[in-house]
Design a protein around this ligand. Sequence first.
Ligand code: DON
Length: 571
Amino acid sequence: MLRRWSSLFLAAFTLVSVTACADTAAVTVSRGVVAAGSGMVVSAYPHASEAGADVLRAGGNAVDAAIATGLALAVTHPTAGNIGGGGFMVIRFPDGTSTAIDFREKAPLRAHPEMFLGEDGEYSYQIHHRSHLAVGVPGTVAGFALAHERYGGGEWEALVEPSVALARDGFEVSERLARSLAGRLEAFLDYPATHAQFSKDGEPYQPGEILVQSDLAATLERIRDQGRDGFYTGTTARLLAEEMVRGGGWITEEDLARYQAREREPVRGTYRGYDIISMPPPSSGGTALVQMLNVLEGYDVAAMGAGSPEYAHHLIESMRRAFRDRAMFLADPDFADVPVARLTSKEYANELRPTIQTDAASVSDPGDVETAASWESMETTHYSVVDGDGMAVSVTYTLEGGYGSYITVPGAGFLLNNEMGDFNGRPGLTAENGLIGTEANLARPEQRMLSSMTPTIVARDGELVAVIGSPGGRTIINTVLQLVVNLVDFGQSPEGVVAAKRLHHQWLPDAVRIEEGFMSEEDAAVLTAMGHEVNWSRGQGIAHCIFVDGATGTIVGVPDPRDSDGSAAGY
Ligand code: DON
């Protein structure tokens, strides 16, 4: 058991509880910060956090709770929660060892590097991102099944049942979900099964109304009763393959049967005495995170001060270099040699640091590699879990775009991802608005597409410190970077670490995007004078995190205030 919390630590932040039960051991669910002694889940929807915390309270471990939470999000948070997508899980065990589960989608067997070209032979954004060919072979159910088989403690059926109930009996639509669904309703008209599932006979759901998803409930029942086979074989697989044939996609029942999640060694680094445990390729997240932290370690960041032009400049220059290397080297390690050890070494950071001028911006040079110019949305989701034994689980998973491909499998009730869009568009393609032209991340049979998702765990002296992560495409890596710096260099409270404003630079386009409030306009003008192109953003990331007070063992769940539905559930 973790030790009890101290009043001193609690004084650092505000506690809010919306549904505390009379039973003192009951789960507290809150859209604000929750402190607890025995277990915690923080996710993008209250029902999902509660489902996970209930599993913990019933004796399940953090992996069990992560599975229950992930499946509940597939029902309650359809924009990103999923069984038709994929993602990553980083696990740290109470003895300090760690592992990672890779359930990233794969390209189907028919895939090839030129599959996103139109009939005219030109690259087609539409095919790449919004078609049946944009759908990767889903990995979520296989990932959860693998995590459960190796590290779970509870009965699989009990972990799936809460999501079955949420889909079958329905749940209250929040204001955020109502707004989100209303905004997509017209686009869903082209996808009849999606339009039917997410509207009331064509009318938008209002906040507080009950959303029932019967086909999804039936699919989840098959997963509950048959485990991964309930998704990758039989009825579910047949329905998915039939939809592919109908829409010109390439995923077959064979692709589904062959899909395997992988257990991988996490990327590990250190930052000023803290241990960083994060996701290895096929995510670029952990590698770029450790690379940037190594560069920043050579500067007195605390003395620069949060929000100062000096700090922003060094942050940007670290990001510029890591994102250049990301574009050049990162891909599925089963298909490419990725130099993770070199990129994450202190020696490499020592080579990079002298290339950073203290008072002038570098220039991003595309050379023969360019990268996408688009800014990223928040249509992924991250959640964090800690159990009473100190086992920690960090999960980021996604459908890629909001509601993925928009394709709901008719009769099976779940949305399919459009993750194939994370492969490079075609060999050698470079464009002004930019796409990466490197070989390593091209679509090939059964290859996984490069990701930026960065589920991360921070420890120190053998003790768990934090479970962190975020959605936001490429901004994810920079959001997680700043969570670590806020914690380690600026010594912010748990609430402050998450609430603090962030910035993002991704090498190309050569511009920084600064969340309003990160710094004053006068300080931003100093950056401009150094040669940085400055843009402002209204929000970056949604980091649903957990922190553990080393002195007392108190577990503090901190939903990101940028998300009105983000919720902590602890007991
Ligand atoms: O794997 C990735 O990095 C992306 N598919 C995640 C997408 C995301 O965060 C939503 N924003 N574009």
